[in-house]
Design a protein around this ligand. Structure first.
Ligand code: TMP
Length: 212
């Protein structure tokens, strides 16, 4: 039927502060979806494996210095270089669970003082997620979780500004999940929301694009 040919995978993004538990929850979602017979892949941004990704990685590890605007554009370019693969995966029926996306790009760069609209501009035209899951935790609580690493942004004061920036990006379509609850509780909640989205995309849901 015509319905079937529109069937596609879902683009699902997890966002949140550093140490909010996103990465663990992404892998739990992958096992869950695989276990229920869905084609699914785990992606993350920055994707440090590309040439652009290596520049980002060395910046984050304080091995290089870049102007705030320049690094912002590299993070965005890193998403653009994956855009066509992303679309073809989704069209072929694979669901993508993505650890960070354009919202991280805007939240982190605008936390440095860059203009929000300027930050959004290079992201316009990327595929819009079918679902954004925000793992909500205060910067203070996140910091208590085994502490931050040594990377550039892993400092309490900066994370507080990032939390503020995320708040200006929320819209009604985001699912805000209390990330201070137990891993199991968070996992259960995410599973339900995610499955609903996967099924909706399977029935055929048009693609939309970010910020246009
Ligand atoms: P990661 O810890 O998830 O690998 O992300 C590395 C850092 O990069 C994290 O502090 C968030 C930040 N970041 C940006 O500043 N802009 C972006 O576009 C993305 C995807 C991440």
């Amino acid at each position: 039927s015509s319905k079937k040919s529109d069937s596609r995978g879902a683009l699902i993004v997890l966002e949140g502060l550093d140490r909010c538990g996103k990465t663990s929850q992404c892998s739990k979602l992958i096992s869950y979806l695989e276990g229920s017979g869905h084609a699914v892949e785990s992606w993350r941004f920055p994707d440090r494996n590309t040439g652009v990704g290596q520049m980002i990685s060395s910046y984050l590890m304080n091995e290089s210095h870049l102007d705030d605007h320049a690094i912002h554009l590299l993070f965005s370019a890193n998403r653009w270089e994956k855009r066509s693969l992303m679309e073809s995966k989704l069209r072929s029926g694979t669901t993508l669970i993505i650890d960070r996306y354009a919202f991280s790009g805007v939240a982190f760069s605008s936390a440095k003082g860059l203009d929000v609209e300027w930050c959004k501009a290079p992201e316009a035209g990327l595929l819009a997620p079918d679902l954004v899951l925000y793992l909500d935790i205060s910067p203070e609580k996140a910091a208590e979780r085994g502490g931050y690493g040594d990377e550039r942004y892993e400092k309490l004061e900066f994370q507080q500004r990032v939390a503020q920036s995320y708040r200006t990006l929320y819209d009604a379509t985001w699912k805000i999940v209390d990330a201070t609850r137990s891993m199991e509780d968070v996992e259960e909640q995410l599973k339900q929301i995610v499955m609903e989205c996967v099924l909706k995309c399977q029935e055929g849901k048009p693609f939309t694009q970010l910020w246009q």
